[in-house]
Every structure is written in C-alpha cells, then in structure tokens.
Design a protein around this ligand. Structure first.
Ligand SMILES: [Zn+2]
Length: 235
C-alpha cells in the first residue's frame, strides 16, 4: 500500500481501503461478462492448484497458524483443489455444459418453467458463498432444451466468483442464445454469507434479482411466471 493508503488496481485506478469496502458491501459489478484476463487458461488446472496451495499457505502462515499441525497441513491443497475443480470450475469454458437443443416437434408453444433450481455461487467481493434458488422460464420458439440442461447451465454460471445480478444476466443470455428466442425470464433469490456472517450480519434478508425479456416484459406473462413460482404442487 502506498502512503496515501490508496490501493492501485490493475487498471491503474486508485481505490482507498474505504472504497474497496464499499464496492464489496454494495456488491457493485462492472460488466455482464466475468472479468477474466486473456491469459486466464495458460496454466493447467494442476499448475493452478499448486500455485494457489503455495499462496494459501502464505495466507495461513500470515494469520499465525501452524502448518505443521496435522489438521491444518492439508488445508492449502484442499482449498486450492476446491477452488479450481469445484467451486470456481465454471470459469473454464471447457466445463460449459453442451446445451443440446432439439426442435420442438410436438409444437408446444406455452411457457416452460423450471422452478427451484439450486444456486451455489460465490460473491466475487468476499469469496463467500451465496445460496439460493433460481426459477427460469421461456416460451418456445420451436426449440426446446433438455430440462436438466437448464439446471446445469445455472450451476455452470454459478461456479465462479460472481455477482448475483451478473449471474442472472448470464443465464438469460445463454438461454436466449441456445433457444433462439428473446422470450426468457430468470428469477434468483439467494442469501449471501457475506451479508450474514460479516458487515451488517443480517441472517434474514435475501436478495432477489430478475431479468425479463421479450414476452416476459408484458405484465400478463410475467404474472403467470410469478404465479407458477408461487404455486405449490403436491408431489
Ligand atoms: Zn460479498
């Protein structure tokens, strides 16, 4: 840190430590694209795991922890492996599910709604999880998508350092492209651990983000979608 207590980011802008806290607490995202560098995939997964293990060791040592302890010894490697192969695996386009679509030859032309899709994502400002549910809908233009593919798409875009607003847009963009229709809707509600475990420490509040495109901009269609989300079917 330089002497004005300013932290210079990679683009050369100055952010004071207070600005950095505010950006995190307000969860300001900068773009619908995940900010990745051009060289993001030059290292192999194994090389990334090795590098992150090394740096996580430094973090733990800086905190004063004894890495000789049996219980702590493996933590840097476990964290690194978890980052690369599990919770941030959605950064790698190779892990993008193939949204195999096929022609809707039984001419279903009403809404398709997939409710209660688990969202396990990670706030990019604090690297803490946010957990919730996504409800997704589209109106078929003659193409349909395998239902489990929608769950996989949600999971893929969730498993990266994220901002909930961006996650919502990324899912909508992907559906729009795969289904060849702008008639898509995405509704996400989730609880952010960075809100419940630190800062304001509110365990009750949740965050809702929505994206309504095409037909879903119309009040009537939007309302039908919301009614379906609310409806409970005995199963
Ligand atoms: Zn956060």
């Amino acid at each position: 840190m330089n002497k004005n207590n300013q932290i210079l980011d990679s683009k050369g802008s100055n952010h004071s430590p207070e600005d950095i806290d505010d950006i995190g607490d307000d969860h300001i995202g900068t773009s619908a694209q995940t900010p990745l560098r051009d060289d993001a995939f030059e290292l192999s997964d194994d090389e990334k795991i090795e590098k992150i293990s090394h740096h996580f060791t430094e973090i733990m040592q800086t905190l004063g922890l004894d890495l000789e302890d049996e219980s702590l010894k493996g933590t840097p490697y476990r964290v690194a492996k978890m980052y690369v192969r599990e919770i941030f695996q959605g950064l790698d386009p190779n892990n993008r599910p193939d949204a195999k679509k096929f022609d809707n030859n039984y001419s279903y032309d009403d809404l398709v709604v997939v409710k209660n899709i688990n969202v396990t994502s990670f706030c990019e400002h604090h690297f803490l999880p946010f957990l919730g549910k996504a409800h997704v809908a589209y109106k078929s233009s003659g193409r349909v998508i395998g239902l489990s593919k929608i769950n996989r798409l949600v999971d893929y875009y969730s498993r990266r350092p994220q901002v909930q607003e961006r996650l919502t847009l990324q899912i909508a963009d992907e559906l729009e492209a795969s289904l060849n229709t702008t008639d898509v809707a995405v509704f996400i509600e989730s609880k952010h651990l960075c809100v419940s475990t630190r800062g304001i420490k509110d365990r009750e509040s949740s965050t809702v983000t929505t994206e309504y495109r095409g037909a879903f901009k119309k009040q009537k269609t939007q309302q039908r979608f919301i009614d379906y989300i609310r409806a409970e079917t005995e199963m």
